[in-house]
Design a binder for this molecule. Sequence first.
Ligand code: 13P
Length: 364
Amino acid sequence: MESPALSPPLPPVATPASESPAEAPLAMESSVAALLASGKGILAADESLPTIGKRFAALNIPSTEENRQAYRELLFTVPALGEFISGTILFDETIRQTTGRGLSMPDCLTRQGIVPGIKVDKGTIALPGFSGEKATQGLDGLRERLAVYRGLGARFTKWRAVIAIGDGLPTAAGIEANAQALALFAALSQEAGLVPIVEPEVLMDGNHTIARCEAVATATLRTVFATLCDHRVALEAMLLKTAMVLPGKDSPQEAGVEEVAAATLRCLRRAVPAAVPGIVFLSGGQSEVVATGRLNAICRAGGVPWKLSFSFGRALQDTAMRIWKGSPANLAAAQAALRHRAKCNHLAVLGQYSEQAEREGSTR
Ligand code: 13P
């Protein structure tokens, strides 16, 4: 019998030198595994000076270095926080500070079993020529800063790009400029042995529909991953930090948790390679309880190739900061509030969050 016709030979495969490293070096592999420990998520406590100033001002807390140190120490010394939190993102000022007992902040976290990380971008500027769009700064001198952060104890990094939705926005050039910066950041981080958290945040601002958010998020993530691959970033040694797919916060449209979960998962499946080990969600201005409910619906649906978890800032800290108000007398109550939120989000990652869990131990 005649053998079936052979298909034409495939073009030669790329030489190994042109590809991402097949395996992440051991240090990054173990950081990824620790960050993605089952049921745990990341505490984003990396507010820049202007951002923490804004959050403190809303509660009449003076934004002094002393208050910022006291507040971050409060967060990091919540009893047994490491049961629910795998990693914490610090700001440049914080990673250089010490606790009242003289421990460096990274050592304080490590003793809780929490991996310390660092925000390395330097905030956004207007993208010239593209009204309403932004670029993130911080690449100059980044290689040298990464070496310093590693010496201070950081094991992972974060870079936030923002993508706004509006009339004619985002543009392809806006997405590409941000994807390039994210890819350079990620490649430099991996060169330094630090796991990059790549964060292209599609903002909630605006009155757009959930369908428009999904289209923008999908296009953004596809461009970001194509650019990461062009820059030879090892997908196995990074995490994606992304927003949930939601209607704009001024949209008249309501979206139920199941709709949010379905749109978010469809977008991620269509745009994020399976080689990425984990995806963590930011809260982006959602209230604490709403963010946890949506996280629960997303994680409960499951059936995806990546680990899913949270990397919340406001949705972990809001109540704790409001209770603390800058007064040492409120420390224990504020810590209890953060522990409760961390536990609720831990349950959500397992798909086991409920109204009853929210009520139990609630400090509101
Ligand atoms: P929010 O959860 O408050 O959006 O903060 C997460 C974060 O790290 C934004 O860069």
